[in-house]
Write a new protein. Structure first.
Length: 335
């Protein structure tokens, strides 16, 4: 009998992964938090709000009952926003099969505790084997079966390999990594710099400015991640540089789109009201700036994004302050 998988969260990424796993021939349950959404997905065999134009496989089961979804699942994939991760984990606790593989796909920190997603899951699901997947992956392209690569990370090679085996296909190549801190940090912080790159584009600053944001953003997230205990080389991989480039340049990047609208003068409240999409970079900016202060790590780009998002600073004024900072050398030393 093939391993049963539960995917928790019927947004774009959760639905895309459920499609990928179902196409592998695995029995998959996709859990939607809202019963009305679950009913819509079952009836239409589509998720038009998050993955327009993509048909759901007939064998994909859809439910709003989390107990039914988790049931006897050998693997449970969490694809809920980082701010809702703990709540859903608590609903799963007690229902989880012993030895089940738990995979987190959200990219961010819990603002109240400043914990990474895997740390939140470890607190709530103490008997589980916990991994994360993170990389330059747009849900639309993965759902369509377009070529992509990602990283499966866990504290142990065995757990990382279990996650690799679960997701690997001929179209979706999965690499393993035991640097859980580095992989999660890169996946989280790149959203901050995607907002910054979007602001540059919204202001009409051009490709040169966007390239500068990507390069200096890589330095900042590397400096920050290494201070947390991540390995420097991880930030040059798929979950670091790869994801950073994609989200700062790709047309499907939600955080980049939010930045563009900010650069055009719209407020964060306006932008958030106009869509059901979650901009993980907003909360991540809040958490990262707070955590960086505790670690005494300088994040000038992230700090200015924070000032725009939460301090009512105009994007053009943030740009002036960044461009008129004290002169210095390039400083690619992570110290």
């Amino acid at each position: 009998m093939k391993s049963r998988v539960a995917v928790l969260g019927a947004g774009g990424w959760g639905t895309a992964l459920a499609i990928l796993l179902s196409r592998k021939g695995l029995p998959v349950y996709l859990w939607a938090r809202r019963p009305e959404l679950a009913a819509q997905l079952r009836e239409q065999r589509a998720n038009p709000d998050y993955l327009p134009g993509i048909e759901l496989p007939r064998g994909l089961a859809i439910t709003a009952d989390i107990g039914e979804a988790v049931g006897d699942a050998e693997a449970v994939v969490f694809s809920v926003p980082s701010h809702g991760l703990r709540e859903v984990a608590r609903q799963v606790a007690g229902k989880l099969r012993p030895g089940a593989l738990v995979v987190n796909t959200s990219k961010g920190f819990e603002c109240e505790t400043l914990l990474r997603g895997s740390e939140v899951l470890a607190e709530e699901l103490q008997q589980a084997e916990i991994a994360v997947i993170s990389g330059p992956n747009f849900a639309q392209e993965v759902a369509r079966g377009q070529t992509a690569a990602t990283v499966a990370a866990a504290a142990s090679e065995r757990t990382a390999a279990r996650a690799q085996d679960l997701f690997m296909t001929t179209d979706f190549r999965v690499y393993t990594n035991t640097d859980l801190i580095g992989v999660e940090t890169g996946g989280a912080l790149k959203n901050i710099y995607a907002i910054a790159a979007g602001i540059c584009d919204g202001l009409g600053l051009g490709h040169n400015a966007r390239a500068a944001v990507i390069t200096r953003g890589l330095l900042e997230l590397s400096r920050f991640g290494e201070a947390l205990g991540g390995r420097r080389e991880t930030f040059y991989g798929l979950s670091g540089l790869g994801d950073l480039v994609l989200t700062c340049t790709g047309e499907l990047s939600r955080n980049h789109r939010a930045g563009v609208e900010l650069g055009k003068g719209r407020s964060l409240e306006e932008i958030q009201r106009s869509t059901r999409m979650v901009f993980e970079g907003v909360r991540t900016t809040q958490a990262a700036v707070e955590l960086a202060a505790k670690l005494n790590v300088d994040l000038p780009l992230a700090r200015e994004v924070h000032n725009v998002l939460f301090g009512d600073k105009r994007p053009e004024h943030a740009l002036v302050d960044l461009m008129t900072r004290d002169r210095r050398d390039e400083g690619m030393r992570w110290t």
